[in-house]
Design a protein around this ligand. Structure first.
Ligand code: ADP
Ligand code: MG
Length: 292
């Protein structure tokens, strides 16, 4: 039979906006040694906004139009930011054909009979598009500010870059500080590039960063930490995060996240406030204290 303390704990959690879907997770949570956070939509608001538009050989409107015409077909938060920027500036979004998505790298489509690529460095390299030195230096500066740079190529040559910023949630720093004060190791995992990831981690107060992780590899990173002896909690919101949430000893899903993430979580945070992840661990401590 379920010990009464766990039942009471689940009830108390519900009052606090912490939905415990798996009572066992409440028992394990107090023993967590490492808490791994997804970046986008978990540490950050997940509402990225275009901050810089740098065209190469064309004008700003054309660059934004090309990028938005491709991104219109993608559900990625970066794509939504590009489309919103185009619409906000009254830039025309053209019909795309042959849209294709390359997970963790970018997207492509034909716009006005030209192949347009939108994605990161690795994606353009893979498609043999050269990135001029002065563009590379601008990318580095923008990434150091914590921005994600999306590159655009048309007809096989670079057409420019679009920088996108996603700010950390107001209570992220506090939640991380509290976990560290409790002696937990804290890490961030992301598909984003190393420099942007480091800048966001610095803002959040996290010093262990696992960057440039392909969507399908997040769960393997969690397993690696477990194999080193850690009891791992993973906190995430995205479709990409579902396998890692399932792999973790305690999977904590953000309530405003995707359905797949919520279904994979042992614990769901109704408010998307990371301080509630700390409260879940404290609740576990209380409950287990009562059982012993
Ligand atoms: P995250 O872990 O931040 O959610 P993803 O694995 O979804 O990241 O994507 C990793 C990287 O791939 C992004 O930072 C971006 O550079 C690139 N990327 C993925 N999808 C797109 C897209 N639709 N448009 C532009 N770039 C993209
Ligand atoms: Mg996310």
């Amino acid at each position: 039979a379920t010990p009464t303390a766990v039942t009471v704990g689940v009830g108390r959690g519900a009052e606090l906006g912490i939905l415990i879907r798996n009572g066992e997770a409440l028992e394990v949570a107090e023993r967590v040694s490492t808490v791994v956070f997804d970046k986008t939509g978990t540490l950050t608001r997940g509402k990225p906004e275009v901050t810089d538009i740098v065209p190469v050989g064309i004008n700003e409107q054309t660059l934004l139009s090309l990028a938005a015409s491709v991104e219109k077909n993608s559900q990625h938060p970066l794509a939504e930011a590009v489309v919103r920027a185009a619409e906000g500036r009254g830039v025309k979004v053209e019909a795309a054909t042959g849209f294709d998505t390359f997970g963790g790298r970018g997207v492509a489509a034909t716009i006005l009979s030209e192949t347009v690529l939108v994605g990161n460095r690795a994606f353009l390299n893979e498609k043999a598009v050269a990135i001029p030195g002065e563009i590379e230096s601008q990318i580095v500066l923008l990434e150091q500010e914590g921005k994600t740079v999306v590159l655009v190529a048309a007809g096989g040559t670079i057409a420019g870059l679009i920088a996108i910023a996603d700010s950390i949630k107001p209570t992220t720093r506090e939640a991380i500080a509290r976990l560290r004060a409790m002696g937990k190791e804290v890490a961030m995992i992301t598909g984003d590039n190393r420099r942007t990831a480091d800048a966001i981690a610095r803002q959040a107060g996290i010093d262990t960063v696992i960057a440039e992780v392909m969507p399908q590899d997040k769960a393997a990173e969690v397993r690696r930490l477990q194999e080193k002896g850690g009891v791992v909690a993973f906190v995430g919101d995205g479709i990409n995060d579902a396998p890692a949430l399932a792999q973790a000893d305690v999977g904590i899903a953000i309530g405003s996240g995707t359905d797949v993430a919520i279904e994979s979580g042992d614990i769901v945070l109704v408010r998307d406030d990371l301080v509630d992840a700390v409260a879940a661990i404290q609740l576990s401590k209380k409950v287990m204290g009562r059982i012993r």
